[in-house]
Write a protein that binds this ligand. Structure first.
Ligand SMILES: *Cc1c(COP(=O)(O)O)cnc(C)c1O
Length: 472
């Protein structure tokens, strides 16, 4: 007699899934409705969360109710409340109801979009929505998909700039030329640039740190001098990474001037606008795009300030061929007629990993639900609230602005110095009503207020200004 074939696990029935799904969405709706009443920083010591969990996985499946109860009692109280309207730390990590639902549909479809042929809609919706986004932001035509370039969604700006570093390295001669190649970025660039350069096989000495001006933007004249000196030494400038909206203070590098210097020597220019890029949906911020029509690649994160939950970094290239030249490896088991025809895009050639999630859905859900008018309203409310906060900082004799106001980012300090600034930060955060982080500019302690949370309104920003008045 044949042994009985193993029957597989018990799955939820469609009706059970429906009920559990409704309960989960109800839980999320309740969580968001109540998030403003939670403390922003959880009262959790290292190891507390693990101590609350069983040491081993269950051998017999548990009820979904038990799971959701644990999310409610063990997990939600132990996360930092990024969606709290008083969260002003780092840069925002937007989420929004349509984005969450787009993510849910992505999981439900369960596709892996490495190739066009492994899910045509995954690739084509992504191409299309990134063209929409380019149009909404007024990006130069060179980043649209009807030319040699186009857009792709990466998991993070760090990954996007890594792709730019790899393409630039290989366009300048690849591993053979590597020892002579040099990369330039300012001392205010994001730490991910240094990491990307090291990951791409460069030594630390091959990254040139360009000085900044009094407003913390790259000094393009200094860049030109460094490039010239390296050329004179027989070295090869291969890439300049400019930042539009630096992480510490929101400074904007002079991209047009930088592109002029770089193009004269054939170096790739990548623009990292991870946070500020979202503001370009508003035509009044189109100055952030100055010079972009001359650069090779550009990235910004809708997952920071455009209502789309992590991960969604929009990466645009003027020409995709160098990307594919660096990143395309075609084993026989991935060959297919569509790819061979040359008529389709295979996004695995535009990124480091092979596999890819259907991320375009959440961006599509967001753009259709809010419309470009809604996206603009979101940015404008925050930019206006930040301007009001900056006015209140200037009006307070105990405070001063530590950098020029930049969009939704206000950098300030206490006039009594670092100790007083650190104390103010701790005092504001200990209220549980607002959460700020800090940076250092010119070696001085600076409080950063990043206004941009999905649920953050002028009222929350006014409340923060009141806290400054009370506590400074
Ligand atoms: C936030 C930020 C990054 C990193 O973004 P990830 O998507 O988390 O990798 C890079 N550059 C700038 C300017 C940033 O503000």
């Amino acid at each position: 007699m044949m042994p009985e074939a193993p029957s597989g696990p018990d799955h939820m029935t469609p009706d059970e899934f429906r009920a559990a799904g409704h309960a989960t969405v109800d839980w999320i709706a309740d969580f968001l409705a109540g998030v403003a009443d939670r403390p922003i920083m959880p009262d959790v010591a290292p190891g507390d969360v693990r101590a609350s969990l069983p040491p081993s996985p269950p051998s017999v499946g548990e009820s979904f109710d038990a799971l959701l109860d644990d999310v409610d009692s063990l997990i939600a109280p132990a996360v930092t409340q990024w969606q709290h309207p008083g969260f002003f730390g780092y840069f925002p990590a937007n989420s929004s109801p349509p984005s969450v639902l787009g993510e849910l549909v992505s999981a439900g479809l369960g596709v892996q979009g490495m190739l066009w042929s492994t899910s045509p809609a995954c690739t084509e919706l992504e191409t299309h929505v990134l063209d929409w986004l380019a149009e909404a932001c007024g990006l130069p035509d060179r980043f649209r998909s009807d030319g040699p370039g186009g857009g792709v969604i990466q998991d993070s700006a760090s990954s996007a700039s890594l792709c730019a570093v790899l393409a630039a390295r290989d366009r300048s001669g690849g591993s053979e030329a590597l020892p002579d190649l040099r990369v330039y970025t300012s001392g205010q660039a994001h730490s991910s640039i240094e990491k990307d350069v090291l990951v791409a096989g460069f030594g630390r000495h091959q990254l040139r740190v360009v000085p900044v001006d009094g407003d913390y933007a790259m000094d393009a004249d200094a860049l030109a001098r460094m490039v010239e000196a390296d050329l004179a030494d027989g070295l090869v400038p291969c890439l300049v990474v400019a930042t539009v909206g630096t992480t510490s203070s929101g400074a904007v590098d002079p991209v047009a001037r930088i592109a002029e210097v770089a193009s004269a020597v054939g170096a790739w220019v990548h623009v990292d606008s991870a946070w500020a890029g979202s503001a370009t949906v508003c035509p009044e911020h189109s100055d952030l795009l100055d010079g972009l029509d001359r650069v090779d690649s550009y990235a910004f994160n809708p997952h920071k300030w455009l209502l789309t939950n992590f991960d969604c970094s929009a990466f645009y290239v003027a020409d995709a061929a160098p990307l594919a030249a660096s990143l395309s490896i075609v084993p026989d088991y991935l060959r297919n007629a569509a790819s061979d025809s040359g008529e389709v895009v295979d996004y695995r050639d535009w990124q480091v990993p092979l596999g890819r999630r259907f991320r375009a859905l959440k961006l599509w859900f967001v753009m259709r639900s809010y419309g470009t008018d809604g996206l603009r309203a979101h940015i404008r409310a925050h930019v206006a609230a930040a301007a009001t906060l900056a006015d209140r900082v200037r009006a307070n004799p105990r405070l001063e602005m530590a950098a020029p106001l930049s969009l939704g980012l206000v950098c300030l300090r206490h006039v009594d110095g670092d100790e007083a600034s650190e104390r103010l930060l701790a005092d504001v955060n200990s209220t549980g009503e607002a959460f700020l982080t800090h940076t250092k500019l010119d070696d001085r302690f600076v409080l950063r207020v990043a206004v941009g949370g999905t649920w953050t309104t002028a009222t929350h920003v006014d409340r923060l200004a009141d806290l400054f008045d009370d506590l400074a």
